[in-house]
Design a protein around this ligand. Sequence first.
Ligand code: SF4
Length: 356
Amino acid sequence: MEKINLKDLNYKELKDWVLNQNWKPFRANQIAKWLYTKKVDSYDKMTDISKDIREILKKHTQFDSLQLVSYKKSTKDGSIKFLWRLKDKNTIETVFIPEDNHNTLCVSTQVGCAVGCKFCFTTKDGLIRNLSTAEIVDQYLQVQRFVGLEPEKRISNIVYMGMGEPLANYENVKKSIQILTDKNLAGLSNRKITISSSGIIHQILKMYNDKEFPQVRLAISLNAPDQKTREEIMPISQTNKLQELMKVIDNLPLKAGYRIMLEYVLLKGINDRPHHAHKLAKLIGKNKKKFKVNLIPFNPYPEALYERPEEKDILLFQKILWDYDISAFIRWSKGQDISAACGQLRKKEISNLIKI
Ligand code: SF4
C-alpha cells in the first residue's frame, strides 16, 4: 500500500487522520508544529513525540516528496534556483528570490504545462502531470530549510508562477494554499500569496465562487492588448477570449487593498510598440485602480522565438501607461545568470542527462 504524505492533508484532514490512529487530538498540533514551524527533515527530530508513535509515522507515511538534484545561486542578486526530482523521477523547479524587506518563493504546480504560451520554455514538452499538494507544499518547506530559518531568511511571499498553470491543477493548488495559510499549519498571510493564471475564465470564476478557496491575490498573464496578438503568442486565447477575460476580471469582487496584477512579457517587435501600450491602456479602461501592470522584459533562452526589447522601448512603454494614470512596474528579471525563466534549468538538466 502506498504511504500517505501528511503534507497532502489540510488541518481538518490531519486531525481526522490522527484520530483514526486512535491517538489523542493534541498529536495533530504536535506533528504540525514540527512539520510547519520547526520544519524538521525527519520524524526522528520530533523529540517530544514518543518513539513508538514516530515508528508508526515512519511506517505509514512518507516524509519529503522532493529530492534536491542541483541548485544555482545568482552572483548578481542572490536568487537561487532549485531543481528537484520527484518520486517518479520527473523534475521540477522552484526559485527563491531575496528582496529588500522580504523573500519570495516562486513555486511550480505541474510537471510541464499544456497551455502552450509561445514565449515559455516550460511548455516545450507539454503537460506530464499535476503536482500533488505535498509536492507543492514541500517546495516551500524544503527551500526554507535549505536557506535557513533565521528571520531574515524567512519566506513571506509565495507566487504560483513557476512551471504549470495553477488553475489547471485546481484541487491540489487549493489545498496547498489552505495548508500554507492555515494558522495551525504554515500560517503565511493570504495577502502574500499570488496565483498567476494564463486566464482560464471558467476556472477563475470557480475560484472566486469557491468558499473554501483561501482569498489570495490574482495575477493574469496577459501579454497582449488585443485578441489577434494574444492568440499568436498564447493559443489559449482562442477559447478564452481577451474581451471576455477582461470583463470577467473587471467584475471580480476583491478584498480591500487587493488589486489584480496584469503580467505583460515584453517581446521585441511583437507587443512592445507604443501603439500596444495605448491599446493596453484602453483595454484596462476606467477601472484602472483595480489593476497593476507588471512589465517583464523577455528573458531570452537558446532557440527562443522572441527577443528582449531595447531598454528605451521598455521605459517608453511604461511611461505611456503612466500617462494614463495606470500603475505599471518593470520587473527587471532576476536570476538571468542562472536561467531563471521557468523550465530552463530543468531543460538543461534533461539535456545533460540525455548526454550522459
Ligand atoms: S507561461 Fe505559464 S501557462 Fe504559459 S506555457 Fe508557461 S507555464 Fe504554462
